[in-house]
Write a protein that binds this ligand. Structure first.
Ligand code: GAP
Length: 466
């Protein structure tokens, strides 16, 4: 049974070094979190799993890492400056600020019950900043509210440097910023977060089939990181609730302790973004390539043969410009972390009335893959052997292997259960003569005696899921 209570999870994340309130020694900043020694590992492992599955395992994807600071015109023409708004109201009695679209009753203050509320106004969620040393117009820029726009503005660059043909996609992971009216539910809704986004470019007309295919691909990925399909609801977003660029969106909603809520949006963005950036490039005449009669309004576009059959036979016929349609699976790293933590959290009753807390992460996501411990910390020969095994395991490149010299194996097992370490490897006095170690499994708690010569292959097998 996944966790039902967010407070317990928040406490564990703080106690064990997964997640800290940012700047907590100064009272903290709401909606900002820092990731501790185990949090950074979990986060990196989730991102690596996404990149492996979405880029390396496919033959139709390229990667990108765009700038975080965005050009004001980019966000003007993407529609964000005008429409990336949430409806904000304020209570005149207690000054609480609220998002009216998230309130059960928009006429009553959620904090004090007053009906003395200001009429809702559109609040733009982008963080505006001054770029460079000169203040004033011409120096403003924005922290990107989504990573997507750099994929669109680099569409031609990627196309030209990789010779891709439709369909193909561009993947990007990175920070995004939103000045959320209310940050809440731990790392679920924050003001600085990371996205894992794909823009998948297809011929117009093939967009709806591609949209359905991506829905299946993404559900399978969530399952592969331990987020059970049975706990994800697919929401076909109502027309009136769609983002300004979307023709249709599926939201994947996970059963968090606070209720079903979005972990990923899979949108059919049509040709909205490529089309708009192209149109405005032409309007602004920003580049020499753009003139009224050289298909300038097709700059972020592909050239296709009018007669594909003739082209396949090598006949060079006329070509035309097409602005591709885009399917966009966009997931949040923090929300993925939270869902993975919720799914992994387990409390188990043990014999004798005792109990234990275990994070049953999939091994490839576990922050520590294996802990190697000498049975006693004051026996140099045991410590040296444990260090040697740790170094050897570390070289496998599976992720973090920990040398744990606390010396109390029972306590160490409990600690490693609570942070989700799949394997604990104990070096005892017999190990020095029989060249074997004790390997304890996190989930079953069974212990086996394993020859040291087989240890690396065994650990690799567990971490890689074999
Ligand atoms: N480019 C499309 C896009 O940004 P979105 O539905 O607004 O779409 C995509 O965001 C994902 O980013 C969400 O499903 C969520 O996982 C994550 N996300 C959005 N806002 C967030 C926030 N304030 N805190 C944490 N994650 C957020």
């Amino acid at each position: 049974m996944p966790i039902q209570d967010m407070k317990t999870l928040v406490a564990l994340c703080q106690r064990r070094g997964f997640i800290f309130q940012s700047a907590d020694i100064y009272g903290g900043m709401k909606g900002l979190y820092d990731f501790g020694p185990l949090g950074v590992e979990l986060k990196n492992n989730i991102k690596a799993a996404w990149w492996r599955a979405m880029v390396y395992a496919r033959d139709d994807m390229e990667g990108l890492d765009g700038a975080i600071i965005g050009h004001p015109l980019m966000f003007k023409y993407s529609g964000h400056t005008e429409t990336f708004n949430d409806p904000l109201t304020e209570c005149l009695d207690c000054q609480a600020r609220m998002r009216t679209d998230k309130m059960a009753d928009p006429s009553v203050c959620e904090t004090c019950g007053s009906k003395n509320l200001l009429p809702p106004r559109a609040f733009n969620m982008m963080f505006k900043m001054q770029y460079g040393p000169t203040e004033g117009s011409g120096s403003e820029a924005y922290l990107r509210p989504e990573t997507a726009q750099h994929i669109f503005t680099n569409f031609k660059n990627v196309l030209d440097t990789t010779s891709r043909k439709l369909p193909f996609g561009i993947a990007q992971m990175g920070k995004a910023y939103r000045n959320e009216i209310i940050a809440r539910n731990f790392i679920f809704r924050v003001r600085e977060f990371e996205q894992m986004e794909i823009e998948y470019f297809v011929m117009p007309g093939q967009d709806e089939a591609a949209h359905e295919a991506w829905l299946e691909t993404r559900l399978a990925w969530w399952e592969s990181i331990g987020v059970s399909r049975s706990r994800i609801k697919i929401k076909d977003v109502a027309k009136g609730d769609l983002a300004h660029y979307s023709k249709r969106t599926y939201d994947l909603e996970y059963a968090f302790p606070h209720g079903y809520d979005e972990i990923e949006g899979i949108a059919n963005r049509t040709d909205f973004d490529l089309g708009n950036h192209t149109k405005h490039q032409a309007e602004l005449n920003l580049t020499a390539k753009v003139t009224p009669n050289n298909h300038s309004n097709a700059r972020l576009a592909v050239q296709i043969d009018e007669d594909p059959e003739a082209a396949a036979k090598g006949i060079n016929g006329p070509k035309r410009w097409v602005v591709p349609f885009v399917i966009e699976p966009s997931a949040g790293v923090e929300r993925a972390m939270l869902a993975v933590l919720c799914e992994a959290y387990t409390e188990e009753a043990l014999e004798g009335g005792d109990s234990r807390t275990v994070l049953k992460f999939k091994p490839h996501l576990a922050p520590i893959k294996a802990a190697v411990m000498p049975l006693a910390r004051n026996k140099p020969e045991l410590v040296a052997k444990a260090q040697e095994l740790k170094n050897s395991l570390q070289k496998l490149g599976l992720g973090r292997i920990m040398l744990d010299t606390s010396g109390n194996v029972g306590k160490a097992y409990r600690k490693h259960d609570e942070v989700g370490t799949p394997l604990c490897i104990t070096v005892d006095f017999d190990s020095l003569t029989d060249q074997q170690v004790t390997v304890r499994d996190r989930d079953t708690m069974t212990q086996i005696r394993l020859p040291i010569a087989e240890l690396n292959a065994y650990v690799r097998g567990v971490v890689e899921g074999n």
